[in-house]
Design a protein around this ligand. Structure first.
Ligand SMILES: C[S@@+](CC[C@H](N)C(=O)[O-])C[C@H]1O[C@@H](n2cnc3c(N)ncnc32)[C@H](O)[C@@H]1O
Length: 262
């Protein structure tokens, strides 16, 4: 995925004010103004090389985790189905926890019978035998998915066996502490020893979806890895740094996998 930078370059405004006001915290953002159609069209209509690589690595990670009939969660699902697809063969249930009412509505429609544009994403999954064995992913998703309007900050403790959280910790607030808190709450929501995958943008300056601007934290690799390692073990990190950059507004994308400490 590639987020369109916020107008004016986000935090790098040329305002003559003597100090810059801090950007919004999560609760101050109009999340219901998030337009899932625009977001999907911009980010996922074509399967990009960086998303393909993240999906391929996430697929291999979960396939190697020996999960079965797991209670799974995807947090901040927004308008992206590929993290959920990566959990599908191993899931007894997948809870898609999303805060924006507009995205919740979009997700409910998609899980009933998802758009053909997600087929190339499933094809990447199905290159692995553990996924190829699942011949009707649409029907499986409709059976196991449960969409709810739930905030990452309200997730219950130790409720799931496996989870994903893609491009959320970086992109739900301008407050660095909230970003770290989101990662901690996600990891804490999984039972000890649960496999997980977390993706973030590094160096994000905020992003636009249609007419609306949304905040971000310009995360650095070291702080993300430290935040994950505080609640996890067997952590592996992969960074995608498109050369030349596909778009302004972020530096790179980071995928981390591991198992939660609990
Ligand atoms: C940049 S989008 C990422 C969406 C999707 N996971 C992806 O990979 O493209 C950030 C998502 O976080 C959601 N969000 C914002 N605040 C949240 C909160 N407190 N709890 C859960 N999700 C939240 C937004 O509505 C949006 O769908």
């Amino acid at each position: 995925m590639a987020l369109t930078p916020a107008a004016g370059g986000g935090e790098s405004s040329t305002s003559p004010m003597p100090f810059q006001t801090p950007g919004p915290v999560n609760a101050e953002v109009q999340w219901d103004g998030f337009d899932p159609q625009t977001y999907v069209r911009h980010n996922y209509a074509d399967l990009r090389a960086d998303d393909r690589e993240f999906l391929r690595r996430t697929r291999d990670f979960f396939a190697g985790a020996k999960l079965s009939e797991a209670r799974c969660v995807d947090v901040g699902s927004g308008a992206n189905l590929y993290p959920t697809l990566s959990l599908l063969p191993f899931a007894h249930t997948v809870d898609l926890c999303e805060w924006s009412a507009a995205n919740v509505c979009w997700l409910r429609q998609q899980v009933d019978s998802y758009d053909p544009m997600w087929d190339p994403y499933w094809q990447v999954c199905a290159e692995h035998p553990a996924y190829a064995a699942l011949t009707d992913p649409r029907r499986r998703l409709a059976r196991v998915a449960r969409v709810s309007q739930t905030s990452v900050f309200d997730l219950p403790r130790h409720a799931w066996d496996a989870g994903t959280m893609f491009f959320v910790a970086c992109s739900i607030s301008a407050d660095r502490a909230e970003s770290a808190h989101a990662i901690a709450r996600f990891l804490r929501a999984l039972r000890p020893g649960s496999p997980f995958a977390v993706a973030v943008m590094l160096g994000s300056a905020g992003y636009r979806v249609g007419e609306h601007s949304f905040p971000a934290v310009a995360l650095a690799r070291a702080e993300v890895v430290a935040g994950i390692a505080a609640g996890a073990y067997d952590v592996e990190v992969h960074e995608e740094r498109p050369r030349p950059p596909l778009r302004d507004g972020y530096a790179s994308m980071l995928l981390t996998t591991g198992r939660t400490r609990g």
